[in-house]
Design a protein around this ligand. Sequence first.
Ligand code: ADP
Length: 281
Amino acid sequence: QPGEPARAGAVGGAGRFVLVTLQDLTEQRRLERMRADFVANASHELRTPLASLTGFVETLQGPARDDPVARERFLSIMLQQGDRMRRLIDDLLSLSRIELKAHVQPETVLDLASLLRQACDALKPVADEAGVALDIETPETACPVRADRDELIEVIENLVGNAIKYGVTGKKVEIRLSLAPQPGEGGRTGGTFVMSVRDFGPGIAAEHLPRLTERFYRVDASRSRETKGTGLGLAIVKHILTRHKARLEIDSAPGKGAVFTVRFPVAKDFEMLAGDIKGVS
Ligand code: ADP
């Protein structure tokens, strides 16, 4: 009211307070909805292989009891379904473990270049089996980032693993790591390490790109199942990267392959302590 600034302020304040509360409620409802959807999706994903397993047990107890050929075939499918359930449970546990520490940035400083080379060495047998060549280029010097070793390996395994699985037709996966210096600072007090994984496969249509990191989102569910996917890999990657203050960009178009790029902040304090990142091992 004119002439009553204090009261007017109080009313304004109260109005703002109500608005904030409503926004919180809406956000809370949204989170509850997401959680409920997640539980429903996870249950559905687990129920499918379970139904297949119990179905085959019934068949083995009944019609296929005395048919050794059918029995062998059904047992091998049952083994695959059991394996699928295990992968789903492993990924669900990974996701909830990472969510619990979502806001805690890792302390340890690691050399991203040697970690990337090690993780790619470990993936070589998978690439060889698929007939895909891994082409890796990393700086000779160390690339210090604040990171959790196991989680970074999980990120690399997911991105390179997907490039092998989905980009297999291109026969080659390019993995690059470089330093993008902060303008004017020569990368010594800032900047980012840019890690990219490029495949030359069928690529992904634009409408799917923003949804790829959603839990259980798959462009082609049957292809994903065929390649043993759970639909949780990129959701796990996104959560790990958030905690590392790193950013994921996905660039792709049908027929043009796909590039997954991650930008990691350079571990600055460590750089100051070491003086020169060249000496870091
Ligand atoms: P999945 O376990 O199914 O591989 P992800 O979360 O890792 O799940 O990936 C989600 C979906 O994104 C995949 O099902 C696939 O459709 C698509 N995708 C991921 N990486 C690629 C790629 N390099 N090329 C084409 N499609 C991809």
